[in-house]
Design a binder for this molecule. Sequence first.
Ligand SMILES: NC(=O)CC[C@H](N)C(=O)O
Length: 256
Amino acid sequence: MAVGVLALQGSFNEHISALGRLGVKGVEIRKPEQLENVSSLIIPGGESTTMAKLAEYHNMFPALREFVKMGKPVWGTCAGLIFLADKAVGQKTGGQELVGGLDCTVNRNYFGSQIQSFEAELSVPKLVSQEGGQETYRGVFIRAPAVLEVGPGVEVLAEYHVPSANVLYSSSAVQIQEVGNMENAVPEKKVIVAVKQGNILGTAFHPELTADTRWHSYFLKMANETGEASSSSLVPAIGVNAAIGERPRIDLPVFQ
Ligand SMILES: NC(=O)CC[C@H](N)C(=O)O
């Protein structure tokens, strides 16, 4: 069965294109009944409050919760991670509905506003042990969330070392302050940016915006392990530098 991509708002086209590069068909999901035709689902990045309003308007929440509860593989990237978290802080007044299922607390805009978006090389040992390729993964963080706390069943797949110049003083409010004076500098802090709990995968960054398809391949293998996804999903990852002898490519965001 094809992989569903929630297509209410955000980077669903980019996910579909990344799946396409792995030879897998992504199906746009906009209505609850369309979830019956897919065995796994990607919830893209975007803006979670807007996405939640659209999901509510289209009566998607009960079907999405049911999908997660049934143990079908679901991957949330950025806003999608917020959707899947059991708890989110830093929400707009009035809050927003969440799908939940992932035993963690996220901070919606942990790293600050849009202009504080960044890219970073992440250490991803689990991903590399399964997918191969280069040791690090280049995460694109766009007004990104971070995971503040995880429950016992949640595996941490990647952490980001917040540079000591950008010290986060509060975990519940968006507050990144520049430290001009080294006397005030506090030690580098780590925050969780990729998690897995059973068949739920969450990444605070946007793998759909880079040419490195290892996270998509990782998710497809999760989906295949449940025995429900189409066998065509079993294709190797095309990680950056994965091909022997290939010169390192500059992994610019990909819009295809
Ligand atoms: N790039 C993203 O998906 C950003 C998510 C954003 N922080 C939100 O609240 O929805």
